[in-house]
Design a protein around this ligand. Structure first.
Ligand code: GDP
Length: 197
């Protein structure tokens, strides 16, 4: 699948404000700074559809981008942003849980994970919540250009091993680099298939 037209549709503060039409949502989420905006721009072939932020945690809205008048690419707020307290935030904001667990438009959710990091508790907790609630999701490892191929592979295996503690089956997984365009074709082909279903 290729994307010809990508246009900003709206930002929502709560799920009652998301578009009311029947186009389906393919959404993206992850810890702040994981590379979500860069990935969205890479997938859509735009340089600044999503704002690549210097300030992690600033975006707290649900952004809908209408793709080829057929589906919405949805940019969800980042989670896991360290608050003023020393404790890393590991609860998920109401807007995230409302959307992910209750929004009927949501068709598939990509959870982004920084390929350089050890499996993060907050990502595993978020994934566990998706599993418990039957939300269809996949994992996109980001920033693969920062590792060698074999290091990247090891990192994916390490994440699989962490998931294996809770899961019998693995979700679809993609390795990506927005800097290099890696993973674009695979992710878009998957979205294409997903929208057929
Ligand atoms: P967001 O907060 O999740 O939307 O993350 P951003 O897209 O704003 O990216 C956070 C930082 O990571 C920025 O400095 C990006 O330039 C950098 N970044 C994002 N994706 C990649 C990637 O694929 N490769 C490299 N090397 N850097 C990346």
């Amino acid at each position: 699948m290729q994307i010809a037209k990508a246009e900003f549709r709206c930002s929502s503060e709560r799920i009652s404000q998301v578009p009311k039409d029947d186009l389906r949502d393919i959404a993206f989420i992850g810890r702040s700074n994981v590379g979500k905006s860069s990935l969205i721009n890479m997938l859509t072939g735009r340089t600044s559809l999503a704002k690549v932020s210097g300030t992690p945690g600033k975006t707290r809205l649900i952004n809908h981008f209408r793709i080829d008048d057929k589906w919405y690419l949805v940019d969800l707020p980042g989670y896991g942003y360290a608050r003023t307290s020393k404790r890393q935030r590991d609860d998920f904001s109401k807007i995230i849980t409302d959307y992910v667990l209750r929004c009927e438009k949501l068709h598939f959710l990509f959870v982004l994970v920084d390929i350089r990091l050890e499996p993060q508790r907050i990502d595993l907790r978020f994934i566990e919540m998706l599993g418990e609630n039957g939300v269809p999701f996949g994992i996109v490892f980001t920033k693969a250009d920062k590792l060698s191929k074999s290091q990247a592979q090891r990192s994916v295996e390490r994440f699989r091993a962490a998931l294996a503690e809770q899961w019998e089956e693995f979700p679809p997984m993609f390795v990506s680099s927005s800097a290099k365009g890696t993973g674009r074709d695979e992710i878009l082909a998957f979205v294409g298939e997903c929208l057929k279903g």
